[in-house]
Design a binder for this molecule. Structure first.
Ligand SMILES: CC(=O)c1cc(-c2ccccn2)c2ncccn12
Length: 121
């Protein structure tokens, strides 16, 4: 059998891997871990046209689908904004999405990113 050579992780993929793990830790209830289904959220797929969740982001990193940090950040923001739009303001999901977006945006800013980059070098 042909052994699949272990592709070396690119510097970007190492950074995205590190950032994803950091962001997942800020979702302790795992509200954002998996795609939202119409079963748990009635009408979700007709309201949210571009769904996103951490498992999908993980798959895209592993498939090297992110060419830039901005593409990763856009998916993270999309995931949070979907939850802010679909869920009423007084729900745990809306509140968790607002908090996650705020924490995530702060740590994805360049000056804070450098903090994440240092141990990776
Ligand atoms: C992220 C989101 O919108 C969400 C996650 C969940 C969720 C996630 C894990 C376990 C249970 N529910 C959810 N349930 C109802 C309505 C919305 N949601």
């Amino acid at each position: 059998c042909v052994l699949k050579l272990k592709q070396q992780k690119s510097p970007l993929n190492k950074l995205l891997d590190h950032l994803l793990r950091f962001l997942e830790k800020r979702d302790p209830h795992q509200f954002f871990a998996w795609p939202v289904t119409d079963d748990i959220a009635p009408g979700y797929s007709s309201i949210i046209t571009k769904p996103m969740d951490f498992s999908t982001i993980r798959q895209k990193i592993d498939d090297s689908e992110y060419g830039t940090l901005t593409e990763f950040t856009d998916d993270f923001k999309l995931m949070c904004e979907n939850a802010i739009r679909y869920n009423h303001v007084d729900t745990v999901y809306h509140k968790a999405a607002k908090r996650l977006l705020q924490v995530g945006t702060k740590h994805l800013m360049p000056e804070n990113l450098m903090r994440s980059l240092k141990p990776l070098s």
